[in-house]
Design a protein around this ligand. Structure first.
Ligand code: GLA
Length: 370
């Protein structure tokens, strides 16, 4: 029997930048998915989700295409198996597996990336594939593109596979350079789930991505082919040339360009535990996601307000948006009062059932000692 764990993530800053070759700063959180697997002697998989009370069978020797599978968790598992098989040229080992997850679905905490990472580590171990964490993250991302139809960036899979306990992961999605940035030990990370499930997330997400690509094409006309992605446009160039880009691509690009600059400034602020700077940058990120990228919603805005009023150092929406959760940074000494006050304030103003999770920054996915 093998047990693998893979964490969800919250992104501290750098939202909707990862598919623009930009910067992100996620933290792997202490809410995770576990897979308990018994290898078989054939290529069949019987996979039971305890969380959903659903059982599915997959034949790794004859994997169906995504359209041939019911939507839901089994598509992600099949996608990971398909990508690993394609990459390694081998048929993987079948398993009888049970999975259970502490990650709320639809809260924007990357429950799907955690599921992918857990199965990637499982087969990497069982079949001795010897793939490094980067390759695994990229194959999980491909699984999501081809089997779930979301053209996501690399942040979620990288966070679930590469993070270190006590640190945030600074990732340059173009060069794939990483730095593990120590997280101030006397600050707590609170995930504040609005209870509003993400709506339209997939179609709107793909649309935002297409609008960023439109902006790149328009900017190339003035800045030349050296602009490959919005990452290549500085805030100064943005101020000069964005007026030439049509709306809404103009505002989408303005968000991405300014957000990349905020991530870089945030690294210094976090290293110095500079509360005022951390607050200013996270609030500017939220405002830009709300006004320019248009991926927030009334509940996310209300939750940020509630968290600030309850004494958070800062707060902002996290993940793709359109519902889901906020991340709040809170001084540990004030955590209990914060949790009570923010919940009361949010409930008074919103119709959804909120959930608050005080999380630690944990290590990326791995095999659990049994
Ligand atoms: C989702 C995607 C990520 C990233 C975020 C927004 O979580 O899976 O790749 O684009 O949205 O920052």
């Amino acid at each position: 029997m093998l047990c693998v764990r893979a964490p969800g993530r919250v992104n501290l800053i750098g939202e909707h930048t990862d598919y623009n070759d930009g910067y992100v700063l996620p933290v792997a959180i202490s809410l995770e998915t576990r897979v308990y697997a018994q290898p078989r002697t054939d290529a069949l998989c019987q996979i039971y989700s305890e969380t959903l009370d659903e059982q599915h069978t997959l034949d790794l020797a004859a994997l169906p295409p995504p359209e041939g599978l019911p939507s839901g968790f089994i598509r992600y598992v099949a996608g990971v198996a398909a990508m690993l098989q394609q990459h390694s040229g081998r048929t993987l080992t079948g398993v009888d597996a049970t999975l259970c997850s502490q990650l709320p679905l639809g809260a924007g905490l990357s429950s799907s990336a955690a599921l992918e990472a857990a199965f990637a580590v499982l087969w990497n171990t069982l079949d001795d594939l010897r793939l490094d964490r980067w390759t695994l993250a990229q194959l999980c991302q491909q699984a999501e593109h081809h089997y779930a139809g979301v053209r996501c960036g690399l942040m979620d899979q990288a966070a679930s596979l590469l993070c270190h306990a006590g640190h945030a992961l600074f990732l340059d999605t173009r060069t794939q350079a990483t730095q593990h940035i120590p997280f101030p030990p006397d600050w707590a990370i609170v995930v504040a789930d609005t209870g509003k499930p993400r709506a339209l997330a997939e179609s709107e997400y793909n649309l935002r991505r297409a609008q960023c690509e439109q902006a790149v094409v328009a900017l190339q006309a003035v800045l030349g082919e050296s602009v490959v992605a919005l990452r290549d446009v500085s805030p100064e160039q943005g101020a000069l040339y964005l007026p030439l880009v049509d709306e809404p691509a103009r505002r989408r690009a303005r968000h991405v360009i300014s957000e990349n600059a905020r991530v870089l400034a945030f690294l210094t602020a976090l290293r110095h535990a500079d509360k005022a700077q951390v607050r200013a940058l996270m609030l500017a990120s939220h405002a830009s996601l709300r006004d320019d990228y248009e991926v927030s919603c009334a509940e996310l805005d209300t939750m940020v307000e509630a968290c600030l009023q309850a004494g958070a150092i800062s707060a902002r929406m996290t993940g793709a948006g359109f519902g889901g959760a906020c991340v709040a940074l809170v001084e540990r000494a004030q955590l209990e009062r914060f949790l009570a006050d923010s919940e009361r304030l949010y409930r008074a103003r919103a119709a959804y059932e909120p959930r608050f999770y005080a999380c630690d920054a944990v290590d990326g996915a791995g095999v659990c000692p049994m």
